[in-house]
Design a protein around this ligand. Structure first.
Ligand code: HEC
Length: 461
C-alpha cells in the first residue's frame, strides 16, 4: 500500500498537466467566445473535467508531499493555491450552470481569477522542485555576468581586525562552496551522489569517494575538478554556472594542500594575507579624517602662495588641505614654521626634492590630521621616524630615493594607521639589510612601478 501511495504521489507532476491544459483551453474559449456558437456548452464540459483532474492533482500532490519528505513550509503555498484553483474552476462551472447565488458575480472574476491562481500555483510548484529562485536565477546570473560583477553573492564575514582568528574552513572555504557548489550538491539535490553542505559531507564525498586525498592532495577529486579546463565535461562547477574566481581556486587548492583542516584558524595555519585579501570584508571608511574645522587662516595661505608653495583643498567644500613644495626647492626644516596656521588643516604634505632632513619627523608629528606624507628624493635616513607614531591618521608614507636605512623599516610597524610605505631605492636593495617579516611585507612597497598619480600631479606650475 505504502509503495502504491508513493507511486500515485510521484504521478503528481504528470497529472497536474491535465487540469493546466483544460484551464488554458477553457480560458481561450472564454476570451474568444464570440467566435464559438456553443461556447457555454464547451466551457461547461471542459470545466467539468478540470474539476475531476484537479481533484486528482490535489490528492496526488498531497501524497507526494507525505511520501517524499518535503517540508510543509516549502509546499504549503503551492498546496493552498492548488485548492484555490480548484475552487475557482468549481465556481466558474456553477456560475455557467446559472446558480442563483453566483450569478451576481461578474463573469470576469472567474476567468481572471482562474488565470491568476493557475499561474501562482504553477510558479510555487516550480519553486518546490527547482528551488525558490528558479525563475529569477537565470536572470540574476545573466545580469551579473553582463555587469562582470563578481561580488554580488559574496557573504564573507572576514574582518580586517580579526581574520586571523577565524577557522579557515568555516570562514573562507565553506562560503565559497555554498555560493558556487551547494546548489547542486545538497541533501535535496545530490548531483554525482555528492553533498557539500557540511565538512562531514566532503569527507563522505560522492560516487568516487572522499573529495580529499590526504596522501596525495593534488589528486583529490575536489582539487582535480576545479583545475580541469572549463570545456572539460568534468570541470566543476559546470560551464553554464557561475565559475570560481582565480582567488577562490587558489585558496581552495591551498586549503587542500595543507590537509583540508576543519577547525584551525587562518592564523594557526599561517595563510598569507594576500591569499585571503579578496575575501576580507572591507569597511568603506573615508581616506581623510572626519574633522570639522574652521576656515584656514587666510594670511598663512597668502604667505605660502607668495613663496610658490602649492596649497589646495582636498575637495571643493572641504577645509582639509594638500600642500606641495615642489616649486620651492629651498624648503627646509625651518620653513615648517610657515605652516603654523594650518596645523589642523593639512592632511597631505609633499616635501619631495626639498632640503629637509631627519629633524623633519619632529616637525611633522605636530600635524595631527596628516594622512599622507611624501619625502621622496630627500636626505632622510629614517632616524626619528618613530616621532610619527603620534599621527593617528597617517596611512601613506613615501620614502622613495632617500638615504633611508633598512634598520628604520621595522619602526614603521608602530605607526598606528599605516597602510603603505613606498621605499624603492634604485641603487640599493633595502630589504637585503633586514629580515623581512610578513607584517612588514604587508605594508612596504619595494617595486619600481610609478607612484599613483594624484590630481595635483597633473597641475602645471
Ligand atoms: C549545476 C549543477 C552543479 C554545480 C553548481 C556543481 N556541480 Fe559538481 N557535479 C554536478 C554533476 C551533474 C555531477 C555528476 C557528473 C560528474 O561527475 O561530472 C557533479 C559531480 C561532482 C564531483 C564528483 C563527485 C564524485 O565523487 O564523482 C565533484 C568533486 C564536484 N561535482 C564538485 C563540485 C564543486 C567543487 C562545485 C563548485 C565549485 C560543483 N561541483 C558545482 C553538478 C554540479
Amino acid at each position: 500500500m505504502e509503495a502504491f501511495l508513493t507511486f500515485i504521489g510521484r504521478l503528481h507532476p504528470l497529472i497536474v498537466h491535465l487540469p493546466i491544459g483544460f484551464i488554458l483551453l477553457a480560458l481561450l474559449i472564454e476570451f474568444y467566445k464570440k467566435y464559438f456558437k456553443e461556447s457555454e456548452k464547451f466551457l461547461k464540459f471542459i470545466l467539468f473535467w478540470t474539476i475531476i483532474s484537479g481533484f486528482f492533482s490535489l490528492i496526488s500532490g498531497y501524497l507526494q508531499y507525505q511520501q517524499e519528505g518535503y517540508l510543509w513550509e516549502t509546499v504549503q503555498g503551492h498546496f493552498y493555491f492548488g485548492i484555490l484553483t480548484l475552487l475557482m474552476s468549481i465556481g466558474f462551472y456553477f456560475f455557467l450552470q446559472r446558480q442563483v447565488f453566483l450569478i451576481q458575480i461578474p463573469r470576469l472574476f472567474f476567468s481572471l481569477g482562474l488565470l491568476v491562481s493557475l499561474l501562482l500555483t504553477g510558479h510555487l510548484g516550480g519553486s518546490v522542485t527547482h528551488g525558490e529562485d528558479h525563475l529569477t536565477k537565470p536572470l540574476k546570473e545573466l545580469s551579473s555576468t553582463l555587469l562582470m560583477d563578481e561580488s554580488t553573492e559574496f557573504e564573507f564575514q572576514l574582518k580586517e581586525e580579526n581574520f586571523r582568528d577565524q577557522p579557515m574552513y568555516a570562514s573562507v572555504i565553506a562560503p565559497i562552496l555554498s555560493q558556487k557548489c551547494i546548489s547542486c550538491h545538497n541533501p535535496k539535490k545530490t548531483k554525482g551522489e555528492l553533498q557539500m553542505h557540511t565538512y562531514q559531507a566532503l569527507q563522505i564525498g560522492g560516487k568516487n569517494g572522499s573529495l580529499i586525498n590526504y596522501e596525495d592532495p593534488k589528486q583529490s577529486e575536489l582539487f582535480l575538478r576545479i583545475h580541469l579546463p572549463k570545456e572539460d565535461k568534468k570541470h566543476m562547477p559546470p560551464k553554464s554556472k557561475k565559475q570560481l574566481t582565480k582567488a577562490e581556486i587558489k585558496i581552495i587548492s591551498h586549503w587542500i594542500e595543507i590537509g583540508a583542516p576543519e577547525k584551525q584558524t587562518l592564523g594557526q595555519l599561517g595563510v598569507e594575507r594576500h591569499k585571503i585579501d579578496p575575501f576580507i570584508v572591507k569597511e568603506k571608511e573615508n581616506f581623510y579624517p572626519e574633522v570639522v574645522l574652521e576656515t584656514p587662516d587666510l594670511e598663512t595661505l597668502d604667505r605660502l602662495l607668495s613663496k610658490n608653495i602649492l596649497i589646495s583643498p582636498v575637495t571643493k567644500e572641504s577645509n582639509l588641505l594638500n600642500l606641495s613644495v615642489l616649486n620651492y626647492p629651498k624648503f627646509g626644516n625651518q620653513q615648517m614654521n610657515l605652516l603654523e596656521g594650518i596645523k589642523q588643516h593639512l592632511v597631505s604634505i609633499d616635501l619631495s626634492y626639498s632640503l629637509v632632513n631627519d629633524s623633519i619627523f619632529y616637525r611633522l608629528a605636530q600635524f595631527p590630521n596628516l594622512v599622507q606624507i611624501k619625502l621622496n628624493h630627500t636626505q632622510i635616513t629614517g632616524e626619528g621616524i618613530s616621532q610619527l607614531n603620534t599621527l593617528k591618521h597617517l596611512k601613506k608614507l613615501y620614502l622613495v630615493e632617500t638615504a633611508l636605512e633598512g634598520t628604520s623599516l621595522p619602526l614603521l610597524l608602530n605607526l598606528p594607521a599605516i597602510e603603505q610605505v613606498f621605499v624603492y631605492q634604485s641603487k640599493r636593495n633595502l630589504i637585503e639589510e633586514i629580515e623581512l617579516t610578513p607584517e612588514l611585507e604587508a605594508i612596504i612597497e619595494i617595486g619600481t612601478y610609478a607612484l599613483p598619480r594624484l590630481a595635483s600631479d597633473a597641475i602645471v606650475y
